[in-house]
Design a protein around this ligand. Sequence first.
Ligand code: SF4
Length: 402
Amino acid sequence: NDYNIKRLRYPSRTEQVPLDTSSLSVVRDPNKCILCGLCVRVCKEKQGIGVWDFKNRGSRTQIIAAMDQSLADSACINCGQCIAVCPCGALSSNSSIAEVWAAIRDPKKTVVCQIAPAPRAALGEMFGLGSVDVTGKIVTALRKSGFDKVFDTVFTADMTTVEESNEFLGRLTSGGKLPLFTSCCPGWVKYAEEFHPELLENLSTCRSPQQMFGSVLKKKYAKDLGITPEEMFVVSIMPCTAKKYEAKRPEFMTDGVYDVDAVLTTVEAAQLFKEAGILFDNLEEGIFDQPMEQTTGSGVLFGTTGGVMESVVRYVAGKLLNAEGRIDVEFTRGLDDTKIADLNVGDTKLTLAIVNGLAAAEELIKKIQSGELEVHAVEVMACPAGCVGGGGQPAQNDRKAR
Ligand code: SF4
C-alpha cells in the first residue's frame, strides 16, 4: 500500500457491522456507535415514536431499529433528530453532495437551487460569522459553486400561506374537515400516515413550499428557459432530512421526472462550499435571480415554530376583516412545545394551536379526539423549535463548519 505496511501487528478484533443505508434521510454506521443512547431517548421522549432501541446486554449491547428492521421499513419519520444528538457520527444524513456535483458538471443540465429560510443564519454560524443572516453570501457561494440559478423558497412559502389560508377560510365558511392541520412538514405528514391515518383528511391539501417551488420550476420556469423538465436539475437547501424523503415521494413525480431532484441539508451545503474551496467570509452579497425574487417577511417565519400559523392568521384576519396592512399576532411567538390561543377576528372566534415535537403533537391529538379541546387549526412541526432545529442543521455544540 501507499505507506509500505507489510504486516498488521495488531489487527482490529472488532467485528465490522454493515451500514444501514436503506433510508433516504439517515445513514447509520453501527461501528461508530458508543451506546450513549441519545438517539433512543430523543426518538422516544421528544418524538414519542421509539424507532431506536437497545438489543442484548453487556458487551453485546447494540442499538438497532425496533424489531431489527431496516430504517426504511421502520416507522421512522425521517426527522433526523437522532442525527442532531449523535455525538460520534454513527448517525448522519444520507448525503446528496456527489449527486449535485455530478449535475453541476453535466453540460446538458441547468442546475437550479432554492434555499429555505432556516439555513441562512446557521450557515453564518458554521463559518464563524455568528448568528447573522448570510443569505447574500449563500447566493454568491452557490453561484461560485456552479449553480445556474438561485431562488428563495420564501417565494413559495408565501404561496403556501395564500393557498392554505383560502383552504382554511373555505372549510370555515362552506364546511369541511376541521381542525385543519398544516402539511408543510414531511416528518409530521409521515407521522400522520403511520400513526393517525384517520386524520389525513384534516391535513391541508397544499404542497410544502419545497415541492411548490419544484413544481413551479419544472412545469413553468423550464418552459420559460426553453428547456425540458429533464434538462433541469432542481436542488433544495433545507434544514431538514425529511425533505430528502419528501422529494422522492411518487406523488411529486410527473412523467417520470421528480419536481425536486436532490436535497442538501444545511450541513451538506457547508461541506459542498468547502469542497469548492470557497472562502465564505470573504464573499460579496449576491441577490436572488428574477423572476420570483419578491417575497414577504411572513414567508421567512416558516423557519420557526408558529411561523406558518402566524402567516395564515395574518392573511385570514386580513380577509375576514377586509383589512389592509400588517396585523400583529403575538401568541404564535416563543419556543414552548404547545401554544393554544383564542382569537376574535371580527365576529369569528377561532381557537388555534401550535405544537413542535411529535410527543407534544400526540398529546394535543388525544385532547382533540377525546373532545377535551376544540380547535379550528393546528400547526405541527416535527422538530424542536421548528425547522431551525431540524435534523439537517448543525448540532448545537458544533456550529463551526466540520
Ligand atoms: Fe423538516 Fe422542519 Fe418538519 Fe423538522 S420541522 S422535519 S426540519 S420540515
